[in-house]
Design a protein around this ligand. Structure first.
Ligand code: ATP
Ligand code: MG
Length: 369
């Protein structure tokens, strides 16, 4: 580098000169080693005074091709139609920032950069410093991540629908085949039992036991069908199905469950009603299995643009590591369903404080593939 400082005339000047050289050397090292593109402009003439090696590499123009040109006379910036406008804005405000600016390199490739410029006074000369960061790879990664999330989202919807279809199909088969056969068996058996029971009291007792077993199997089959696909959901709609489920829950587990619905008809489509029903089902099952609660509550509130579903219990609660857990399948499935319908879930629970689950669900769904 050429020495631009005059020879020292006395000791004091020599010391000052040394300090200046040190400072210049430090600045040069920073400028040349920077991992961002840096461009220095004269704020009055708009001429480029310096560019660092990183910017030369990034844009493919040589140092000489930049130097002395006005900003809009060099390829990539000429591409930016409003370059002169940018310069005028810089002169006026001293600051310009673009989060995502497309620039074309000398080879014709289009890159995306973050562009930040500041104006400052350097010993009477106004200098504009532009910091240019290549964010092409980051933007591409963001795009790919977004696409991959969208694909996963669609896949989840597809899988959940397929699973619901399979469950409904299986419930029908179970009901139609096993359920009907059991009913026929019971009728035949009752006919036979009536005539056999009077012959021997010992046979009568065994027949009664068989009858009870058949009845238990019929009940178990009906329960399995309901668990697989609640018939009420299809036949009487979401509101009736959820009311019936809450009643059964109270009856089966002896835990009173308040159901607070602020509408008699939420007008939910199949995707939403099934998802909300399954979320309530999993939450109440968890309350029955883990909470040791004396009271449970399910509420659904229509807030206009969205619905607020709340499921709460006054049971033992759970530690923080479980409320955010994404490894246990019940909670994971619940989060996936919420995600599938574009909702948001918040679980508030702590040992001894019960559990409070809130799910907000947008009413207009953009999930259908
Ligand atoms: N309402 C609740 N009260 C207390 N603890 C709960 C409650 N809900 C969930 N938990 C705790 O969180 C854990 C995870 O629940 P999650 O539903 O994911 O799994 P699980 O019920 O154990 O099994 P499954 O996969 O059959 O649902 C439970 O094992 C339990 O310890
Ligand atoms: Mg569970």
């Amino acid at each position: 580098m050429q020495d631009t400082f005059p020879p020292p005339t006395d000791v004091h000047a020599a010391t000052t000169l040394k300090a200046l050289r040190r400072s210049e050397s430090r600045y040069r090292r920073l400028f040349e080693a920077a991992q961002d593109g840096i461009l220095l402009l004269n704020a009055d003439t708009a001429q480029i005074e310096d560019v660092n090696p990183y910017l030369v590499d990034m844009l493919g123009y040589s140092h000489a091709e930049f130097l002395g040109k006005k900003l809009w006379e060099v390829g990539p910036f000429a591409d930016v139609a409003e370059s002169k406008g940018v310069f005028a804005e810089l002169q006026a405000t001293g600051y310009v920032r673009y989060e995502d600016l497309p620039l074309r390199t000398k080879t014709g490739a289009l890159i995306q950069v973050e562009f930040v410029s500041n104006t400052y006074d350097c010993e009477g000369i106004k200098v504009i410093q532009c910091n240019i960061r290549d964010i092409t790879l980051r933007k591409q990664a963001e795009r790919e991540l977004g696409e991959s999330k969208a694909h996963l989202h669609q896949l989840t919807i597809f899988l959940q629908r397929a699973r619901e279809d399979d469950r409904a199909h299986f419930a029908r088969e179970l009901h139609d085949e096993l359920g009907q056969n059991l009913t026929a068996l019971r009728i035949d058996f009752n006919g036979l039992a009536d005539s056999l029971a009077s012959t021997d009291p010992a046979i009568g007792a065994r027949l009664a036991a068989i009858d009870q077993m058949i009845n238990c199997t019929v009940d178990a089959t009906r329960l399995m069908c309901e668990e697989l696909r609640p018939g009420m959901l299809d036949d009487f709609g979401f509101e009736a199905a959820i009311a019936s489920y809450a009643r059964n829950f109270t009856h089966q587990f002896g835990v009173p469950c308040d159901l607070l619905l602020d509408s008699e008809d939420y007008g939910l489509d199949d995707l939403l009603s099934t998802a909300i029903f399954r979320i309530v089902q999993e939450s109440l099952t968890n309350i029955a299995r883990h909470a040791h609660a004396s009271h449970a509550m399910v509420a659904l509130k229509d807030r206009g643009d969205d619905l607020l579903l709340t499921i709460a219990d006054d049971g033992c609660g759970m530690p923080a590591e479980l409320t955010g857990a994404r490894k246990t399948y019940g909670m994971l499935g619940m989060r996936e369903r919420v995600n599938m319908i574009g909702g948001h879930i918040a679980i508030d629970s702590a040992p001894g404080r019960g559990t409070h689950i809130e799910v907000s669900i947008p009413k207009s769904q953009q999930t259908t593939p």
